[in-house]
Design a protein around this ligand. Structure first.
Ligand code: 5AD
Ligand code: SF4
Length: 473
């Protein structure tokens, strides 16, 4: 006999719905994203795909007809959040039903991909489970959900990017002056702690032509800064017009030619894919910002090997030297995991030594969290929670001190700021430095969208304060 769950599993024989850009917005959509920037990008694509179906966005769950939880599975805490959020939504759905209305609940993102039907078992209020490869099918899934729960976590062979609705200029405008653009998805590295290769699948790159077209459309609609996204973005190997393979460096060079686009960034990268041409691009491509997120995870060769990172601490240090030689003012940031199985005090000290040697401008740090299905989770030498917590606090102190020193060192220096919005006080405008620091300065709203030179005069805990230079005023 079929279980409820199997009955819920609808294999969608999907044909694209006729696009109806003019449809009146009669339904409200809330996409709530957790996790990485890729999810922020995907959330915008989901809203774009559902706009022609009459969905307009709302920030209030009480107003929503459809709530999509765009989930993250990277660490245990991130996926736990989903289920507490679903509990709240179930109550809202019950209230709605009591009023004779409905609320559809969808779970998207990496938890959807990893857990699939399990989600319906754990929370029956869910109507749709949709994996990251299937967002172009959302209109159809929403329609099918009227007859019962639907699941779509297929890894289709075709390129999902090619099915996604491009956003209208108006929609881009409401999203601000900076934008994400996914150029690569998935990962083949299989670091032994990481679920990404399982939830996002094998590495795939978008075609150059489509990326350029999207970047041009963003720029036409006023976007000044684009961050190229990928789980392992520096492994980008998209196809050009004559089917030739482009590297990320070549793509950056091409995107730099777009008039009106002021800044380019990319994230996130693996040290082993930092090719010489990409390092050179840091010295040559003027629009490429001198700030690089290059996660190393650990400073111990033993742990790096156990993590399947396929490089040693020394290789990372040499790489940093090479990058700094190409672009002396570059600032670096990294991710670290403390308490990977088998990590000793000595291993942890090696991580602190690497942090001292590199001097990071900013750092993300996490306690190791065993993820189901990954080799790390199978190990028997897990580190005690108190030890992880103690190491996390020590590492945090160290990198926080480096971050603050980096910020303070900018006082008295002049940096370019891309102004994005009015500042906290009237007469102020706010933007970002090349190093993604928030900067406030006195200036007119008419400068929003401009990149202008700002002399930094003060350093707060989370923002820098500066004044426009004579030439910028
Ligand atoms: N436990 C803790 N941190 C993790 N990360 C990835 N997987 C895990 C895990 N299982 C961290 C890594 C990665 C960042 C995105 O999340 O540092 O670079
Ligand atoms: Fe995960 Fe990044 Fe390693 Fe890929 S390179 S497995 S995404 S940590």
């Amino acid at each position: 006999m079929k279980s409820d769950l199997e009955a819920a599993l609808v294999k969608t024989d999907w044909t694209p719905a006729p696009s109806d850009q003019g449809a009146k917005a009669t339904k409200k959509l809330l996409v709530k994203s957790f996790g990485c920037q890729m999810n922020v990008y995907d959330a915008a694509r989901m809203a774009d795909v559902l706009a022609p179906e009459g969905f307009s966005e709302t920030a209030a769950p009480e107003d929503a007809d459809l709530v999509i939880l765009n989930t993250c599975h990277i660490r245990e805490k991130a996926s736990e959040k989903v289920f507490s959020e679903l509990g709240r939504l179930r109550r809202l759905k019950e209230e709605r039903r009591a009023e004779g209305k409905d609320l559809r609940i969808a779970v998207a993102g990496c938890v959807a991909q990893a857990e699939g039907g399990e989600i319906l078992r754990k929370q029956r209020a869910v109507d749709i489970v949709v994996g990251p490869q299937s967002y172009h099918r959302l209109p159809e899934l929403v329609r099918l959900a009227a007859d019962g729960p639907v699941i779509d976590t297929d890894f289709p062979v075709e390129d999902k990017f090619n099915h996604l609705t491009p956003p209208s200029e108006d929609r881009i405008r409401t999203r601000g002056l900076t934008a994400f653009l996914t150029v690569q998805e998935g990962c083949d590295k299989f670091c032994s702690f990481c679920v990404v290769p399982y939830t996002r699948g094998a590495e795939a790159s978008r075609d150059v032509e489509r990326i350029v077209a999207e970047a041009e459309a963003l720029t036409r609609a006023g976007v000044r800064e684009i961050t190229l996204l990928g789980q392992n973005v520096n492994a980008f190997h998209g196809r050009g017009e004559s089917n030739e393979v482009w590297s990320l460096a070549r793509l950056i060079e091409r995107l730099s030619e777009i008039d009106g686009l002021a800044r380019l960034r990319y994230t996130t990268s693996h040290p082993n894919d930092m090719t010489d041409d990409l390092i050179r691009a840091h010295g040559e491509a003027a629009k490429l910002m001198p700030f690089l997120h290059l996660p190393v995870q650990s400073g111990s060769d033993r742990i790096l090997a156990a993590m399947n990172r396929k490089h040693r601490a020394e290789d990372y240090l040499r790489l940093v030297e090479k990058i700094r030689a190409a672009r002396p003012d570059i600032a670096l940031s990294s991710d670290f995991i403390v308490g990977f199985p088998g990590e000793t005090d000595e291993d942890f000290e090696a991580t602190l030594a690497l942090i001292r040697a590199v001097d990071f401008a900013s750092t993300f740090y996490f306690k190791y969290s065993p993820r189901p299905g990954t080799p790390g989770a199978e190990r028997e030498d897990h580190v005690a929670e108190e030890v992880k917590a103690e190491r996390l606090a020590r590492l945090g102190e160290k990198v926080e001190a480096q971050r603050q020193a980096f910020n303070r060192a900018l006082v008295g220096r002049t940096v370019d700021v891309l102004f994005e919005k009015p500042g906290r006080r009237p007469g102020q405008i706010a933007g970002k430095s090349p190093y993604l620091q928030a900067v406030q300065a006195d200036g007119p709203d008419s400068m929003i969208g401009d990149v202008a030179a700002v002399e930094i005069v003060e350093c707060g805990s989370n923002s820098l304060f500066g004044r426009l230079t004579e030439e910028a005023r």
